[in-house]
Every structure is written in C-alpha cells, then in structure tokens.
Design a protein around this ligand. Structure first.
Ligand code: CP
Length: 314
C-alpha cells in the first residue's frame, strides 16, 4: 500500500479491519516492524483524536512519530504552483513537502476544505500537493473530502457490534449545527459502508444532499423517523450544504437525535466521530447511555491507524 487516502476495495477494507482487531487484542504484536522508521504528522487544522491515536499507533509499531502543527508552528504554505509569493505565504509546498519527504518514511496530513472553493476542494488539492512533492507514502488524517482513518475505525466498530448472520441496517442521519461543517466524515462513512456491503440509508433535510459520487447505492429518505425504523447502527453527523456549497440551510432542532427518535429502533447503537456538540447534534441521554459507541469508535482510531501504518511500512 503506497498511500491511504480513500476506500480502495472490499478485500483491502476487510484485511485492514481484521488487522485492526488483531492489534486491538494485542497492540504490541508488531512492535519490531517499524523500528528505525519515522512518521511525520502534519496538521493544517486542529485535532484531538487523530493526532494522539496516530502517534500511539506509530509507537505500537516501534516507529517514531513527530507532530508538526503547521497551522500554529510552521511557515504559511503556498499551495499554488507558479505563484508569485509576494503576499502572506512564506514557503512553497514544493519545498516544504520535499524537505519533509527527506526527513520521514511516511507523511500523514490533515488538510480541511475551504468550503468556499468547491472545485479546488473536490480535487483534494492540498493533500494531493503533498503527495505530488513529498515522494514518500502519504496517509490522510482527513482531507477536504474524505476522512478514511475515521471510517476504518467506524467499520471496525460496526464489525465488533454487529449481530451475526444478519446484514445490519445502517443509517447516516444529518444533525443540526451552528457552523459550516465539512462533508469529509459523511462522504467517507458512505463510501466505506457501501464498499463494505452494508445496507445504508441516508436521511437529512432537503438541500443537504451529499456528493452522489460517495452515496450511489444508498437509500435517500427525507423523513428521518421513517429512515430510523429498525436501524442497527445510527451514525449522527452534521454537514453543510454541498449544492449551495458550504452554506447552512437549516439548524432545525427536531433533527437532533434523542431516545424518542429511536423508539422504532430499539436495538440501534449510536455513533458519532467526535467532537460532538452535546444537546445540539446529539442529546446527553443518548451519549451517556449504553447505546452510544462513541468512546469505542475513538479508541478504535488507534487500531485503524496501526493497521494502515503496518501495511504501508510492509
Ligand atoms: N474524529 C476526529 O477526527 O477527531 P479529531 O478532529 O479530534 O482528530
């Protein structure tokens, strides 16, 4: 595996899920594998889970991890090729990524979307500039349009909790938020759930349709209560409008998931990638109940990253 930026195939997905579960059972199984190797974790945006879980994953493989909070500690990067750098940017990505590529064996990058430049975001411009100029394997720590490590952790979690011999019903439900939130988690969750063969229903208010290239094969249901009927897993997430790019059309509080919403899905487990705005996106009563898998998902971020790094350094 040379890069990890998106879902590739059901076979590879299953291999990574199985390896992640193996590492969960025995985190230091491959402690010798990464000896002498170094990963650079470059953050252009804030993070709690991704930052720490990737570092722990690297340590579990015997690798050294160095984190650079580029947004606060690094030079302002110029991303455009051929730019005349007479404004705010200090260092060109060509130079910075080249240097990082010579320092590390693997580069991991978090680069959120602009939510204003749709075509640039859709091309995953920033992470692709790192791939173009680093010359070493690159792992996405969340790009403009995908969050594959989160989705791999989510797939590991669903495999752990799914009832044997039944294809679970998975529902991705939009939740209210006061800020314009990227589509990456929702896109990736749809991409991985469909790729791994889950029965996926997506529900949201009209105007919040996701990019069809990620949701083809899912059932779209605008009636949230209908969508939630008999669900096994309910994934709660806000995202801004894709059509009216990056805009907020609704903050309708009736979309916030509560226990009442789940009366028709008595066995449903509830998921969220975190950070979550309590009692805006999801109620305390759900987050603090046995239904909630959010802490399991967060812990599985370690083993998802460990499985990916293990394959990359193979
Ligand atoms: N879920 C997730 O990626 O969390 P962080 O933004 O804190 O890394």
């Amino acid at each position: 595996m040379k890069q990890f930026t998106q879902f590739e195939s059901r076979d590879l997905g299953q291999e990574l899920i199985d390896l992640g579960l193996e590492y969960k059972f025995n985190p230091r199984l491959d402690i010798q594998k990464g000896q002498g190797k170094r990963i650079g974790c470059i953050f252009l945006n804030p993070s709690l889970r991704t930052r720490v879980s990737t570092q722990i994953a690297a340590q579990n493989l015997g690798m050294e991890a160095i984190v650079l909070n580029m947004d606060k500690e690094g030079w302002a990067l110029e991303m455009q090729d051929g730019a005349i750098m007479n404004k705010g940017t200090v260092e060109h990505i060509k130079d910075a990524a080249g240097v990082l590529g010579s320092f590390f064996d693997v580069l991991a990058v978090r680069a959120f979307p602009t939510l204003t430049q749709k075509q640039e975001d859709l091309s995953d411009f920033v992470i692709n500039q790192f791939i173009k100029y680093a010359g070493i394997p690159v792992v996405s720590l969340e790009s403009a349009i995908r969050h594959p490590l989160q989705s791999l952790a989510d797939m590991i979690t669903m495999q752990e909790y799914q009832v044997e011999n039944r294809r679970p019903k998975v529902v991705l439900t939009w939740a209210p938020h006061i800020k314009a939130i990227p589509h990456a988690v929702a896109n990736s969750f749809a991409e991985w759930s469909l790729g791994m063969g889950y029965d996926l229903t997506i529900t949201h208010p009209e105007g919040y349709e996701l990019d069809e290239s990620f949701t083809k094969g899912a059932t779209l249901e605008y009636d949230q209560s209908k969508a939630l009927e008999d669900a096994d897993f309910v994934y709660v997430k806000n995202w801004s409008s894709f059509q009216d790019y990056g805009k907020i059309h609704s903050t309708d509080p009736s979309w916030m998931l509560t226990q009442k919403h789940l009366e028709s899905a008595p066995n449903a487990k509830v998921m969220h990638c975190l950070p979550v705005r309590r009692n805006l996106e999801l109620s305390d009563e759900i987050l603090d109940s046995d239904r909630s898998l959010v802490q399991v998902q967060a812990k599985n971020r370690i083993f998802a990253a460990q499985a990916v790094l293990s394959k990359i350094i193979e």
